[in-house]
Design a protein around this ligand. Sequence first.
Ligand SMILES: [Zn+2]
Length: 78
Amino acid sequence: MVNSEEICSYDSSRAQNSGLEGSRIINLGKFQEYIGDLQRHLSECKGSMILCGETRNGFASILESKCSSCQKNIAFDT
Ligand SMILES: [Zn+2]
């Protein structure tokens, strides 16, 4: 389970201290799907996406974006 409060209080200085910044592994195919999902939603909703934060799970991380119009969360699980 993901705690939304934890996601939205994401602190970039904490990530830098971990030494893992920039070393995440991203599946480019999945990332393109994620961007497609965001763009599809934005064209339907006319809102804009805010990068809400990142949740780390070992070497993987989950990027959380939130729609400014309807508050819908779209997550990218790396
Ligand atoms: Zn929306």
